[in-house]
Unconditional design. Structure first.
Length: 256
């Protein structure tokens, strides 16, 4: 995390004081009572911290390190969760090291699911290696890193890399991020090497958006880099190697 990002993060943290009903802490292995109450008693799971937030506005502070997921983290209906990464483990101090959230080795799973009426903010996280399992129903084949059908999804200072892969039977929209309702805001992020390869099956399914696919969303994307994202299909339509927008009137894309 560079000095500019650290400064922005510090200002944001100060401005956010008092906005959350509860703040929970997470480290890769957990600590003490593992109730998330502070760094000395941190949860060992991001999913546990999100669940503890309930439907109240909650903040999850995540220590720098690597967090491997065997299953997606689900943000339930009506929840309002902010997940801030890159913490040093000392108060509100942020470190130069990354907080990496990834699928566990050998596991195909989405990283985050945001249910209807829910809000999720992700800040200073690296999201990688998310990949949907084969054989899912068409209704659930959206977003290898994040699928948001909630009220709002916001990503700031996040690196979204190496999500997606090859599929033999899925209709997969948006290799990294798929937002299907509400608002989508992406600022100061990196999307690199996210891909959907549906070239093997002859199933006629379209694939839309290598990095981002937004449908019926108020979409804002600023100061974000897209590099080597792609979609590949056979006998069907492919749209938007980086971004595919559908029914997204008045979308704002600036300085990308």
């Amino acid at each position: 995390m560079n000095a500019k990002k650290l400064m922005v993060a510090a200002v944001a943290a100060s401005a956010a004081l008092g906005l959350y009903a509860n703040t929970y802490y997470v480290t890769p292995t957990g600590a003490g009572l593992k109730d998330g109450s502070d760094w000395d008693n941190a949860f060992g799971s991001i999913g546990d911290a999100v669940a503890a937030c309930g439907t109240a506005a909650g903040e999850v502070r995540v220590l720098a390190g690597t967090y491997e997921l065997a299953a997606q983290v689900s943000v339930p209906k009506w929840a309002n969760v902010t997940i801030n990464g890159g913490y040093s483990g000392s108060g509100e101090e942020r470190s130069e090291s990354a907080t990496i959230v990834k699928a566990a080795t050998g596991v195909r799973t989405r990283l985050f699911f945001v249910d209807s009426r829910a809000k999720l903010v992700l800040d200073h996280l690296t999201l990688k290696d998310g990949c949907l399992p084969e054989g899912m129903t068409t209704a659930d084949t959206f977003g290898n890193a994040i699928f948001a059908q909630g009220d709002a999804l916001t990503l700031t200072f996040c690196d979204v890399v190496d999500n997606g892969g090859a599929f033999s039977d899925n209709k997969t929209h948006g290799a990294a991020v798929c937002a299907a309702a509400g608002t989508l805001t992406v600022e100061d992020c990196l999307f690199r090497n996210n891909t959907v390869d549906n070239s093997t099956p002859n199933n006629g399914n379209a694939v839309e958006g290598g990095a981002i696919r937004a449908k019926q969303c108020a979409t804002t994307i600023r100061r974000t880099t897209f590099d080597a994202n792609s979609v590949t299909v056979k006998n069907a339509n492919a749209g938007g190697g980086a971004i595919h927008l559908s029914y997204a009137a008045n979308a704002v894309i600036e300085d990308c």
